[in-house]
Design a protein around this ligand. Structure first.
Ligand SMILES: Nc1ncnc2c1ncn2[C@@H]1O[C@H](COP(=O)(O)OP(=O)(O)OP(=O)(O)O)[C@@H](O)[C@H]1O
Ligand SMILES: [Mg+2]
Length: 249
């Protein structure tokens, strides 16, 4: 059963057409990786899925609820989606535990004990047990990103959206965050991931989507889109990300 159904999605900023008719289906438990050059509309697509941007036309259905229906309760619908950004977006003045419990209490109405119990489980899952009292500034970038993932998980999302979650990290910290994402995928979490980590996409994705210029140029299993792309634009992009210096190893 599909958890996300996007059809005919269009979005412009002024005269700039950023999304020119995107169709995408994400099945429950699937990991879909979105790749493509800078400015191709990847973040805008993700932001239209949780209505941080209002699409101009087209349909977005998440878990049976049409988010693009003008009468939808957006706040309620958005709770099905967890979002993790490139910049970790933690509240810097709150410690890790408070970062993980504040929305559980304010949005979901959980009491402190329950919110802290759930936060603890998720901190354990991302390898941050014992860091409850740390401030974000006392954590490495990779730890902050894992805390941000734990915070999103604490809201019991049906789907996790990731927008280049490892792009702001020092190279040696990338692996831990990707490891957490692998674990989530293994547990059956439905995930939509914008990433330049081709190895991750190859190994973890059920489907890869290559976007360029606001359209989906190519989509399919990673062995096809990354391993044997049929479109010239996909090949050019992959050559650049897989060998950014242009050196011939
Ligand atoms: N709020 C906005 N107002 C105006 N233009 C925007 C806005 N958000 C995005 N854009 C423009 O839309 C285009 C697509 O942006 P988007 O952030 O979706 O690309 P992207 O594929 O995520 O790129 P990157 O890989 O650099 O993150 C860009 O030209 C960008 O400048
Ligand atoms: Mg982006």
């Amino acid at each position: 059963m599909s958890v996300i159904e996007i059809s005919g999605l269009h979005k412009s900023f002024g005269s700039l057409q950023v999304l020119k008719g995107i169709d995408l289906t994400v099945e429950r438990g699937d990991v879909v990786c979105i790749i493509g050059p800078s400015g191709s509309g990847k973040s805008t697509l993700l932001r239209c899925v949780n209505l941080l941007e209002q699409p101009d036309s087209g349909r977005v259905v998440v878990d049976g609820t049409e988010l693009t229906d003008p009468d939808v309760d957006i706040d309620r619908a958005r709770r099905r989606l967890g979002m993790v950004f490139q910049s970790f977006n933690l509240f810097n003045h709150l410690n890790v535990l408070d970062n993980l419990t504040i929305a559980q209490r304010k949005v979901l109405g959980r009491n402190r004990d329950e919110a802290e119990r759930i936060a603890g489980q998720n901190l354990e899952k991302v390898g941050l047990a014992g860091r409850e009292r740390s401030l974000p500034s006392q954590l490495s970038g990779g730890q902050q990103q894992r805390a941000a993932i734990a915070r999103a998980l604490s809201m019991d999302p049906q789907v996790m959206l990731f927008d280049e979650p490892t792009s702001a990290l020092d190279p040696e910290l990338v692996g831990d965050v990707l490891g957490v994402m692998r674990t989530l995928a293994g547990e059956g979490m439905t995930m939509l991931v914008v990433t330049h980590e081709m190895q991750f996409a190859r190994e973890v994705a059920d489907k890869v989507l290559f976007m360029d210029g606001g359209v989906v140029v190519e989509q399919g299993p990673p062995a096809q889109v990354i391993g044997a792309p049929t479109q010239e634009r996909t090949r050019t992009f992959l050559a650049r990300v897989l060998n950014p210096t242009g050196d011939n190893p």
